[in-house]
Design a protein around this ligand. Structure first.
Ligand code: B4P
Length: 199
């Protein structure tokens, strides 16, 4: 039985290499748990589409597969987490991605007297994620889904983001889930793993 009450805020992160299914699972989990998703990648892409000042800066980093500078990313997440609809919880997709972003998130949460309940780590073989993203390239034509940029994003992930898993593991927050399988299989694994933690 879940140790949570229906009124408890639920604060989750989802972390994993590009193409592991973060955005896909985040949308399904947000619906299942009744919490909003905050995807930094989606926020940047919508700013690029609308040609905002932020979008113009972010585009060059995203197109080459680099992370957008922490100062920009942190301030947008800080503002988003101050909005009313996240008081009852949220699922952060793609943030934090660097050690500085971990520190910033800690500071933001401390300011709201809030803490994380779990960090979902999606694990997937690099060749499989390259294949998934190349398939998406054919369907959606995202500028950062060329093979060269995908391989560079995987390197950026292993250098900058993967080390964050040890930080959250030390805090006892990591829930590791195999991301190979159908979308429904992966969702079910995540839900079972979270239920095992009383969520
Ligand atoms: P993201 O938007 O986070 O892009 P991503 O890592 O490719 O993940 P995404 O969520 O889109 O893909 P998913 O794995 O769900 O970031 C893009 C860029 O934005 C970054 O490179 C960076 O420049 C910038 N950025 C974002 N956040 C930042 C931050 N915090 N700091 C600085 N910069 C930041 O899905 C991939 C594909 O796999 C989909 O086509 C999906 O349909 C498919 N798929 C998913 N699950 C599957 C399954 N089980 N089986 C088969 N296919 C599956």
């Amino acid at each position: 039985m879940s140790g949570r009450s229906a009124t408890d805020a639920l604060r989750l992160l989802i972390i994993g290499p590009p193409g592991a299914g973060k955005g896909t699972q985040a949308a399904l989990l947000a619906e299942a748990y009744g919490i909003p998703t905050i995807s930094t990648g989606d926020i940047f892409r919508s700013n690029v589409k609308d040609e905002t000042e932020l979008g113009l800066v972010a585009k060059s980093y995203m197109d080459s597969g680099d992370v957008v500078p922490d100062s920009l990313t942190n301030s947008l997440v800080r503002s988003r987490l101050a909005e009313d609809d996240v008081k009852g919880g949220f699922l952060l997709d793609g943030y934090p991605r660097t050690p500085q972003q971990v520190d910033e998130l800690d500071d933001i949460l401390a300011g709201h007297d809030a803490q994380l309940d779990a960090v979902i780590e999606l694990v997937a073989d690099p060749e499989l994620v390259v294949a998934r993203l190349l398939k998406r390239a054919g369907e959606q034509g995202r500028a950062d889904d060329t093979e060269e940029v995908i391989r560079y994003r995987l390197t950026v992930y292993s250098q900058q983001t993967e080390p964050l898993i040890a930080v959250y593991a030390d805090r006892g927050l990591i829930v590791t889930v195999d991301a190979i399988g159908t979308v429904d299989d992966v969702t079910e694994r995540i839900e079972v793993a979270l239920a095992g933690r009383g969520i």
